[in-house]
Design a protein around this ligand. Sequence first.
Ligand SMILES: C[S@@+](CC[C@H](N)C(=O)[O-])C[C@H]1O[C@@H](n2cnc3c(N)ncnc32)[C@H](O)[C@@H]1O
Length: 347
Amino acid sequence: MQSIFDSGAPLDRLADLFRDFGDLIQEASPLYAGLSVQIAGDADLLALAAHARRGQPVQNMLFAAVHDLLLRGVAHPLAAYYPSVTASPVSGDPFPAFQAFCHEYADDIRALLASRRVQTNEVGRCALLLPAFYTVASQSGHLPLILIEVGASAGLNLLWDRYAYDYGTGRLYGSSPLVLTCELRGSVQPPLPDTPPAVSERVGLDLNPIDIRDADAVRWLRALVWPDQPYRMQRLETAIALAQSNPPRLAAGDALAHLPDLLAAPPDTAVCVYHSFVLNQISQENRDQYYNLLAAYSHQRDLYDIALEWIGTPTPEITLRTFRGGDVRETLLAVCEPHGRWLEWRA
Ligand SMILES: C[S@@+](CC[C@H](N)C(=O)[O-])C[C@H]1O[C@@H](n2cnc3c(N)ncnc32)[C@H](O)[C@@H]1O
């Protein structure tokens, strides 16, 4: 019998993705970890998830679509299991309620899966980027940075110097209503600046820039946060409040097509392109093209690229590529936790 959810996508592969996701996030989000394992065994739910746009992480998409509807205030027994929508969440197995919810709201979920993207804007990553920005500033002889964030989502990570940082060193870097805490691991101390690197310009580029003043788009940002991670939701709210008074500059477009327009910059500046959790949404061929594009442009001027990405390695990596005269030098700066909980500097 054909499922009411059918999109024709291969379900075995999706089952594996949900099972792996469940294993991966067991510690970080027990709610989604438990649901993932059960979704992996449910052909109807897998068929529903298969409606996510091609190239998008289906697990995040299905969970965010359901979460978005709950955040809109849809009244359903499932809400009782979500700490993000109820003050006193119940314990027990949420799966029967999740299944029932997906059946009842299949049309709405499908519409969200087809129209939205995984655009999680995780400000915790700024604690990972700060020492990398400082490294670029040092290498350039402390020229002011031109920061270009590729895949900026709402651009909250362009505003990294509006936040303060606590690396557990007994010292707070910056002063802000938003303090990002990050544990330092390993034996190498990352470079942490007494004063943050100077920035002369900053701009974000995204296929679909999120307008921080658009309530519907901002709810989707919240929906992408895992419901049993209140600390992430809290820092997102604070970052949104800080950004709303003075939003970052964002441009719409594909990185490959539009990045060259942004690279032209005044002399005596250091052009630093950076991206976090973006290249996994881009094909290998386009990733190669992206780096070829930077190499080609570096005949005109030096360029720096900071990649905070997680592709085929046990943990995310922070890699600095320095492009000069068409050549590239690659340095692994650090490994880290995806949302900025810890950083192990390697450079
Ligand atoms: C998972 S989000 C990460 C957002 C942000 N970098 C962060 O770490 O908080 C990935 C972002 O990359 C964008 N993106 C994906 N492919 C892109 C492309 N080819 N050109 C520009 N942006 C892209 C998506 O629209 C999305 O906003």
